[in-house]
Design a protein around this ligand. Structure first.
Ligand code: GLU
Length: 375
């Protein structure tokens, strides 16, 4: 059996914390001691230079207590109202516990469209990247107050996985009320065994998670397997670990039982594959000789090196990159809409603001958003 990875090798880690871990089920308040111990773990990761992102649930669970809503499933409007009330407390608590450890927290609330529509996705990705550059910890949740039933995640397992791929994280930790994936439901089958490593998500693995989604399985093993598919395709490993204990991340480092889902690639190669292969190109950018050379040396594409753009593309769309002879160099996600791109063609990045009347990004296509042939 393949050895499980060591926690110390990961550089960018998303930690998903579920409501049932964070919020006391009877009193409806935050479990402060548990959260403090988790924050110690996060501070340990942060101290050794890993980028840390938190995907935290709990807004609805907290808000419903304050609003004295009845137990049981809530109507959409009630859960939105509860989220509006609870999210304030949740964000404040995270800011406090991380602040106590000299870590700055930044709240990000996202909807399904923010992660699935490319323009918005790029914006969220850039904000997350900036926060991490400044060593802040993004604390992320779904924007439940505006999400409607048809277009929402509803569970933070899959949201966590999308955040992991969006942020090019190399690890997603799902802290759960179970210590991993079992060969059968452990409460029903005494023979059930915990799987320490899943190399590939096969139909057998999916069957172990209990088949199709239902109201009952939301946030259960089914959504965790869905999350594992998203994360591992995006180049991140994923681990399901028991969150009901104190210092749950330290326990993963101590190799206590948990389930690892291994990714065959890295965030960088997965992203390049996605850009190169899965998107329909909406336009073309033509480069001068200098820019083509700069690209092969690992540089971003600046407007100054572009001679011409073609197509009706929007910011975030995939475009073909061609050299001065028309040969395809690769593909990339463009940073500007077609009309704006046309206006700044050949211009120095310093002039972007005066040409467009608003500050823009220095790059036409950022290096990380580019897949060159042969990469
Ligand atoms: N976003 C929801 C909340 O904060 C939680 C979703 C989940 O539990 O996975 O209450």
């Amino acid at each position: 059996m393949k050895k499980t990875p060591s926690l110390s090798k990961f550089r960018r880690i998303v930690v998903k914390v579920g409501s049932s871990l964070l919020v006391d089920q009877t009193a409806g308040v935050i479990k402060r001691d548990w959260l403090n111990a988790l924050a110690d773990d996060l501070a340990d990761l942060h101290r050794r230079e890993a980028d840390v992102l938190v995907v935290s649930s709990g807004s609805i669970a907290l808000g419903r207590t304050v609003l004295k809503l009845p137990r049981g499933p809530l109507k959409l409007e009630d859960s939105q109202a509860a989220a509006a009330v609870g999210q304030i407390a949740l964000a404040r608590t995270w800011a406090e516990v991380l602040g106590d450890r000299q870590i700055t927290a930044g709240q990000i609330l996202v909807t399904f469209t923010d992660t699935e529509e490319r323009r918005r996705y790029l914006n969220a990705r850039e904000t997350i990247g900036r926060l991490l550059d400044m060593r802040a910890v993004p604390v992320i949740n779904e924007n439940d107050t505006v999400a409607t039933n048809e277009i929402r995640y509803g569970d933070n397992d899959r949201l966590g996985a999308r955040v992991a791929t969006m942020a090019s994280a190399d690890l997603l930790i799902l802290l759960s009320d179970i210590d991993g994936l079992y060969t059968a439901p452990p409460h029903l089958d005494p023979e059930a065994k915990l799987l320490p490593v899943v190399q590939r998500i096969t139909p057998e693995i999916e069957a172990m998670a209990g088949g199709a989604a239902s109201e009952f399985s939301r946030g259960g093993m089914f959504t965790k397997i869905e999350a594992a598919k998203i994360a591992t395709t995006g180049g991140a490993h994923m681990v399901i670990a028991d969150g009901r204990v104190m210092n749950p991340i330290r326990r993963i480092a101590d190799r206590k039982p948990c389930t690892w889902f291994l990714s065959p690639s890295t965030p960088m190669t997965a992203r390049k594959k996605w850009i190169a292969g899965s998107l329909e190109p909406r336009g073309t950018v033509h480069l001068d000789e200098g820019a083509a050379k700069a690209l092969t040396q690992g540089k971003s594409l600046l407007p100054a090196g572009v001679t011409r753009v073609e197509g009706l593309f929007a910011r975030g769309d995939c475009v073909i990159i061609r050299d001065q002879r028309g040969a395809e160099l690769g593909r990339g996600l463009i940073g500007y809409d077609a009309d704006q791109a046309a206006q700044i063609v050949g211009r120095n990045s310093r002039d972007i603001e005066s040409v467009l009347g608003a500050p823009g990004r220095a790059e036409m296509i950022h290096r990380d958003d580019m897949a060159l042939a042969g990469e």
